[in-house]
Design a protein around this ligand. Structure first.
Ligand code: AMP
Ligand code: MG
Length: 320
């Protein structure tokens, strides 16, 4: 049921239920972090491996001391600048943070989301919530209540309606191993914004460290339809001639013919707008019964980096 009632959402969360909540990034499947029963349901609903840790969402910066052992100076700088907002910090956890939330890790991922309704909800609750994206593990993330309903309408009691997600792309994840700021996942806060604030950051090798974050798995965020990323769209369209083709473009281009369905992510070629529209466009494309989705490479800067990262994973072959 899609509803506006934050009190009902709070009530359900109290009762160890799972509720879908809006954030500025994507919709999440929320559970009380101290309820093993509720957190277990989240993993089961998503079909997500229990070893993959969840992000803990808090409603005010004060709650951080309760959960994290020590906040490095650089992390504090990022909190002051970007919270509430789409930046997740990996910090050394306090003992009270349950292992079933962190996948047994000594660290915990924390962020304060920037969504009015969810902040209101969080501030009604005496506990933080764990909330991974509200989609089955590996599939396209949801950026509207309808996307969530398509996945979980019959298996969760409530979807809290917060409209369309403004940023539309997951949070950026950064850790501080040995006090070195290290990027674990590209996301809604750009590398440029982070480096402007704290100087150079280290890039985790996204290919090799598969176990660190599920968002770093080769195939993720993926439509059911075969998806390819091409540096030469005309050539790709020729290759799939006669097939039912869906085309995903950054900005308008009238040169491409014979496509069954076309999505343009930003009429004015704005990367932030393109990022916000990415998942909704992939959902629409995936619903068209296409033979193939052809997408282009985005500029390797700002939000273009995260878009390319998601498209690369969306197009990664299914492993057998
Ligand atoms: P999701 O909510 O599905 O977008 O995924 C949450 C992301 O946070 C995943 O990529 C997790 O692996 C990552 N994450 C959560 N906790 C930790 C942690 N302690 N160390 C590293 N990554 C984490
Ligand atoms: Mg996810």
């Amino acid at each position: 049921m899609i509803s506006n009632d934050i009190y009902q959402a709070a009530h359900l969360l109290y009762k160890d239920e799972v509720v879908a909540i809006p954030t500025e990034t994507v919709y999440g499947l929320a559970a009380n972090i101290y309820s093993e029963k509720a957190v277990k349901k989240v993993f089961e609903l998503k079909n997500r491996p229990f070893t993959n840790p969840l992000i803990v969402h808090i409603g005010s910066k004060n709650q951080l001391d309760d959960l994290a052992e020590k906040v490095p100076e650089i992390a504090q700088k990022l909190i002051d600048r970007f919270w509430p907002g789409p930046l997740t910090l990996i910090l050394r956890k306090k003992n009270k943070v349950p292992d079933f939330v962190t996948g047994g890790k000594e660290t915990v991922a924390i962020r304060m989301p920037n969504h009015g309704k969810t902040l209101q909800l969080l501030n009604l609750l005496p506990f933080p919530i764990a909330a991974p994206s509200a989609n089955p593990f590996g599939s396209i993330s949801p950026t509207s209540p309808d996307h969530v309903a398509a996945y979980f309408e019959h298996t969760i009691p409530m979807i809290l309606d917060g409209g369309i997600c403004q940023n539309g792309l997951e949070s950026t994840i950064i850790g501080f191993e040995n006090e070195v700021p290290t990027l674990y996942r590209l996301g809604s806060i750009t590398v440029e914004e982070l480096e402007h604030e704290i100087g150079p950051i280290k890039f985790q090798n996204f290919e090799e460290n598969k176990t660190i974050a599920p968002g770093m798995m080769n195939r993720h965020y993926a439509p059911d339809t075969l998806t390819i990323v091409s540096t030469n769209i005309a050539e790709a369209l020729h290759l799939y001639k006669g097939k039912k083709i869906g085309l995903l473009l950054f900005s308008p281009n009238n040169n491409y013919k014979n496509v069954a369905h076309q999505e343009v992510l930003s009429v004015k070629a704005d990367l932030k707008e393109a990022a916000a529209n990415l998942y909704a466009a992939l959902h629409r494309l995936d619903a068209q019964n296409l033979d193939v989705i052809v997408t282009e490479q985005f500029p390797l800067e700002q939000w273009g980096r995260a878009i390319n990262d998601r498209l690369k994973r969306a197009s990664h072959p299914v492993s057998k």
